[in-house]
Design a protein around this ligand. Structure first.
Ligand code: PMP
Length: 440
């Protein structure tokens, strides 16, 4: 039955993941980081003897590294359909660094930062909240009772602040509920009010085909950021994509070698973007890995990946709903897209204990806590400000949170069955487990 389902959605569950070679454990923590594709490991291995500093010298290794490094930008542009002419791909460390860089660059624009408003949302990862706070006035677009973004509230906030809105910044997909936001509708709305939009693509880009659209389009995504380690390549490489003209006009955030044509005591002549915003020796191996991951994702096909992961999540949700004592914090609604993430709790069992048993006894890795999306988790858990004060003042009392199962393209239905069986066991033996682990 499982094999049949996999055939129906068209994903061969023998997808080339190195992790499968070493363990039979189940990894349902793909929203944190994904294991590398075998092709990614091979490409890293092949390239490792040849890496050298880019844009420096005529040595054959430097030439090769530079070609690969620059070629990666084109692969990334093609992957997310960035504007070929007018957008530029800047390599960063990860999504967090990309957003912080943009916050600094935007901040340099305005004399009175606090007069300028950043519209972010209640569902953001802290990476798309904290970088804005010290620099601008930040307001948060509301969510409904299911935790979904309220576009009406976005529009009323755009009306309220009018020309003071510097940027609308929204996650493409939530790292807790998996809800996918209508990024083009949001972009269109933002543009109608004369502002730009940033999409945090960390949870979107590995799972759903993204189309930034040409710059002239009213639905164009002005800025897009994401990290390789959530798309089957290792840590240490991410991107910030945006209009060349935007980066052209601003001083870089990081300054040093590689981003200047010439410096004298009197003057600095900056490189053109993207080099201007990539000071220091860059992560060429990271680019090799990211490019290889994009190649594999493209050859599998994002449509098939989306269909497979969603059918896994729907199957898991359906089975979870039939278990007693399960609280689920995400909902399906016809016509609304999601990525394969399920946040839940077993009533009466602390989230940390559930995660610990799943991992320690059943070899199933999930994550628990607030997932660096603290405001969102607090809303989903209905934690009042009084309640939060209480926990903050009593650090010995375990903080409430959730358990998160998140699927990757290599997961399969048998693994979901294993997960459900493990949860059934925990539910049936709640009091025994609570007593057993109460001392630890
Ligand atoms: N945004 C979202 C939605 C995320 O899920 C994450 C990672 N959990 C980040 C941003 C931050 O990504 P990174 O740690 O790679 O900077």
């Amino acid at each position: 039955q499982t094999e049949l389902r996999n055939l129906v959605v068209g994903i061969d569950t023998e997808v080339p993941i190195a992790e499968h070679k070493f363990t039979t454990a189940v990894n349902f923590d793909n929203a944190a980081s994904t294991p590398p594709f075998l092709a990614v490991m091979q490409e890293i291995n092949n390239f490792a003897p040849w890496y050298a500093s880019v844009h420096r010298g005529t040595g054959y290794k430097s030439i090769l590294s530079t070609q690969i490094f620059e070629g990666g930008r084109q692969a990334i542009k093609d992957f997310v359909k960035a504007d070929q002419e007018k957008d530029v791909v800047i390599y960063t460390k990860n999504t967090t660094e990309s957003i912080n860089m943009l916050a600094y660059l935007l901040c340099a624009d305005v004399p009175d930062h606090k007069d300028q408003v950043i519209l972010t949302t209640w569902m953001e990862h802290l990476a798309n909240d904290l970088p804005w706070r010290s620099k601008f006035t930040v307001d948060y677009v509301d969510i409904d009772n299911y935790g979904r973004l309220c576009l009406d509230d976005l529009e009323s906030k755009l009306q309220k602040y009018r020309h003071r809105v510097k940027l609308v910044t929204v996650t493409g997909a939530s790292n807790i509920t998996g809800y996918v936001n209508p990024i083009h509708e949001i972009a269109k709305l933002a543009h109608q009010y004369g502002t730009k939009v940033l999409i945090d693509g960390a949870q979107l880009v590995p799972h759903i085909a993204v189309d930034m659209k040409p710059i002239e389009s009213p639905e164009h995504i002005d800025f897009l950021v994401f990290s390789a380690h959530k798309m089957y390549a290792p840590f240490g490489i991410g991107v910030l994509i945006g209009p060349r003209e935007f980066f052209d006009r601003r001083e870089p955030v990081y300054k040093g070698g590689g981003d200047v044509k010439l410096a004298t005591h009197q003057n600095i002549f900056w490189e053109d973007p993207p080099a201007k915003d990539e000071a220091g020796s860059p992560n060429v191996i990271g680019v090799v890995a990211l490019t290889a991951a994009i190649k594999t994702l493209t050859s599998i096909g994002l449509e098939r990946i989306e269909a497979h992961e969603i059918s896994l999540a729907d199957y898991a949700l359906e089975r979870l709903k039939h278990l007693p004592d399960i609280e689920i914090y995400t909902h399906s609604q016809r016509g609304k897209r999601k990525v394969g993430i399920i946040p839940f709790n077993i009533r009466g069992v602390h989230h940390e204990l559930t995660a610990k048993i799943l991992s320690g006894e059943d070899g199933i890795a999930v994550r628990n806590g607030l997932f660096c999306a603290h405001l969102y988790a607090q809303r989903l858990l209905n934690l009042t400000p009084e309640c939060l004060d209480y926990y903050s003042n009593n650090p010995d009392i375990p903080f409430p949170g959730l358990v998160r199962a998140s699927f990757g393209l290599y997961n399969n239905f048998l693994e979901v069955d294993r997960f459900i069986m493990a949860l059934q066991k925990i539910i049936a033996n709640k009091s025994i487990y609570i007593a057993k682990y109460s001392d630890s």
